[in-house]
Design a binder for this molecule. Structure first.
Ligand SMILES: O=C(CO)COP(=O)(O)O
Ligand SMILES: O=C[C@H](O)COP(=O)(O)O
Ligand SMILES: [Zn+2]
Ligand SMILES: [Zn+2]
Length: 331
């Protein structure tokens, strides 16, 4: 058993308390490799932002859970080396079983998500409570989820959003003892969050998605005042990145995300954690494609992964400063 505290990591409790009081949100960025980890840490050190490093099941399969945990440990040291001891939380994203959550906690994760949102309500409650009871023995924080996001949620493909029912949140939080709650108010995973027919088009022909359901968020806040809320699927799908990808041979069609001003608004509410993965993928892919197209003789991976890492860092800095409001929150 490795305790995360011995690795210099922190759980999400204090982070969320400060984010709630300060009316901002903590960035939760997914990572699968060294360049992503370095970009996240460098961006958050430069902007003095706390951060949650997220490991998905896809990341575990791709990079190996042990390696990712050591990388998170390395991230703590790297931040110090870069000159700012920012709080870093290592979080399991979309955990789907009790056993997986236990395995991550035993390995040094400081926070886990148990995503029982596709289960019948009572089963979600029972599974989430079981994880909470285990995790809290080690002061590991737990995120649960109510409501299903459209698009690809884990292995479950939901055709449409099943918005979180405000009628259930108080009961869920009380019965499970979770530390934060992911909700569904119109965000979704991936780079194609809405079908073109769900959107309108602006004067430049760019798709404008339907607004998030702030009415549901406000009702949830009324039912569980001061309780930390999490938004998944919160990439904005920057159209300049999509354009670079398509210019250099990509084929992203009708890619559309959540407008940044809506996330900015959400960050000032009880939303304390905002998950962003796809935007980083777009930034890296745009940078790599540009190098491949403009420097075809280049074959040193550092010559395309380096620019990708730099583009990623700029994107993350933009998020902390201009979207989440988490910049300058660390002394
Ligand atoms: O929710 C996410 C990870 O859990 C990521 O969402 P995006 O696909 O919008 O980046
Ligand atoms: O919520 C999902 C994350 O974006 C990670 O997805 P992944 O399992 O493909 O790594
Ligand atoms: Zn889910
Ligand atoms: Zn998610």
């Amino acid at each position: 058993m490795v305790n995360y505290k011995d690795l210099g990591l922190v759980n999400s409790r204090e982070m969320f308390k400060k984010a709630m009081e300060g009316k901002y949100a903590i960035p939760a960025f997914n990572f699968n490799n060294m360049e992503q980890m370095q970009a996240i840490v460098a961006a958050c050190v430069e902007t003095k932002s706390p951060v949650i490093l997220q490991v998905s099941s896809g990341a575990r399969k791709y990079a190996n859970q042990t390696i990712l945990r050591y990388m998170a440990q390395g991230a703590v040291e790297y931040a110090k080396e870069l000159g700012c001891n920012i709080p870093i939380c290592l979080h399991l994203d979309h955990g789907d079983t009790y056993e997986l959550c236990v395995s991550c906690i035993e390995m040094g994760f400081s926070s886990v998500m148990i995503d029982g949102s596709a289960l019948p309500y009572d089963e979600n409650v029972a599974l989430t409570k079981k994880v909470v009871d285990y995790a809290h023995q080690y002061d590991v924080t737990v995120e649960g989820e109510l409501g299903v996001l459209a698009g690809i949620e884990d292995d479950v493909v939901a055709a449409a959003n099943v918005y979180t029912s405000p009628d259930l949140v108080e009961d869920f939080v009380k019965k499970t003892g979770v530390d934060s709650l992911a909700i569904s108010i119109g965000t979704s995973h991936g780079a194609n969050k809405f079908k073109p027919e769900q959107c309108t088009r602006n004067a430049d022909g760019i798709l404008v998605p339907p607004p998030l359901r702030f009415d549901i968020l406000e009702e949830i806040e009324r039912r569980i005042p001061g309780f930390p809320i999490v938004l998944h699927g919160s990439s904005s799908v920057p159209q300049d990145k999509v354009a670079i990808i398509n210019k250099y041979g990509g084929a992203l069609k009708d890619a559309v995300g959540i407008p940044e001003e809506q996330l900015r608004r959400a960050a000032t509410s009880a939303v304390c954690k905002i998950n962003i993965d796809s935007d980083g993928r777009l930034a890296m892919t745009a940078a790599v494609r540009e190098v491949f197209a403009t420097k075809p003789a280049e074959f040193d991976p550092r010559k395309y992964l380096g620019p990708a890492r730099e583009a990623l860092k700029e994107l993350y800095k933009h998020k902390t400063v201009h979207v989440l409001g988490s910049a300058n929150r660390v002394e």
